[in-house]
Design a protein around this ligand. Structure first.
Ligand code: UDP
Length: 334
């Protein structure tokens, strides 16, 4: 059974894809919630709680929010998350992921706010040395993005040892899907993720989906990923908050299903769900894409009582398709 979460909870990056689903789940569990977001990639209309448009660079703005709302805990989603961009512009990633997280931790410390749950990633592991990948897999990231996320994990561990901060590092595999009512979903600009791109082809917004390589060491030669429903991710954040508030100092765990699907399997399932042809063309591989990333973690179940419940690929695609049909031009921000 889930334990209650004591609010207020400050959700940093709560106007974004995973953040907005988590905010909604917190509200459904009657947890007082406030969102802080700079709207660089998030959507104001995805938020129905008290909202503060503040950038994490703005220490005074952060301090004011902590003073005004006195949050008991923080959930931190605000980060840059494109591997390719991080290779071209690592400065942006060290500034926004590492130094802005430091700002946040310092303001938490000043306000006596001790608990933080944050988005980590399987990219902190680097190339798999074991498949499926356990929670204890060696962390040797191969991109600046993965390295900045590992720095964030280390910062929180060190703040835990020195200042008693309690943290949960949730290492997502491939976030996908949308809310069941079609209100919330994935709307990035530019879009780089497989499932929304495939659905845009189904909608006729793109002519074809480019498949990045078909000569990997996998059954059909295309890359295998572990797709996890965004509602399942949101559920894990709620459980992690309760776990910290129950007195746990630190948890770091994978959030995945343990099953992988190839790019061609995703496209095939999307054709069945959307009943559109979805033309696909094989092109060169994307540098740095490991052939298989599948979670073998057991900690989330053992420590949080969490497991994926809505993450069958067909369910993920059905929910994502509903969002895409409802929001033909993405979120309609004014
Ligand atoms: N992919 C693809 N075509 C695209 C986008 C992605 O073939 O237009 C592949 C990519 O190589 C990877 C998988 O789809 O194997 C999932 O990619 P995504 O960018 O969604 O997530 P990632 O695993 O890179 O975080």
């Amino acid at each position: 059974m889930k334990k209650r979460v004591e609010g207020p909870v400050l959700v940093v990056g709560g106007a974004g894809y995973i953040g907005s689903h988590t905010v909604r789940l917190l509200q459904r569990n009657e947890v007082e919630t406030v969102v802080l977001d700079n709207l660089s990639t998030g959507h104001r209309c995805a938020v129905e709680t008290p909202f503060e448009e503040v950038d994490l660079a703005d220490r005074a703005g952060l301090a004011r929010v902590f003073q005004e709302y006195r949050p008991r805990a923080v959930v931190h989603f605000a980060a840059k998350c494109y591997v390719g961009e991080s290779v071209e512009n690592p400065a942006k990633y060290y500034r926004e992921n590492v130094s802005y997280t430091w700002n946040l931790l310092e303001e938490m410390r000043a306000a006596g706010c001790n608990d933080i749950v944050f988005s980590s990633t399987c990219a902190t592991y680097g190339d798999p040395v074991e498949i499926p990948m356990p929670d204890t897999h060696p962390q040797d990231p191969i991109s600046p993005y993965g390295r900045t996320k590992l720095h964030m994990e280390h910062m929180m561990e060190d703040y835990g040892r020195a200042y008693g901060m309690r943290s949960a590092a949730l290492r997502y595999f491939n976030a996908a899907g949308a809310s069941k009512d079609g209100d919330l979903g994935e709307d990035h600009e530019p879009e780089t993720h497989l499932i929304p791109l495939v659905l845009q082809v189904a909608q006729g917004k793109r002519e074809e989906i480019l498949v990045f390589g078909d000569d990997d060491d996998t059954p059909d030669g295309t890359c295998i990923r572990d797709y996890i429903h965004v509602d399942d991710l949101a559920d894990a954040h709620l459980r992690a908050l309760a776990h910290l508030q129950a007195g746990t100092d630190r948890i770091a765990c994978n959030l995945g299903t343990g099953s992988g699907y190839s790019v061609l399997e995703v496209i095939e399932h999307a054709r069945a769900v959307t009943r559109h042809a979805i033309p696909a063309r094989i092109v060169d591989r994307r540098p740095g894409d490991p052939p298989r990333l599948v979670s073998g973690g057991t900690r989330a179940l053992a420590e949080l009582g969490w497991k994926a419940r809505s993450s069958e690929l067909r369910e993920i695609l059905t929910d994502a398709w509903r969002f895409h049909e409802r929001h033909a031009s993405g979120f309609e921000d004014a």
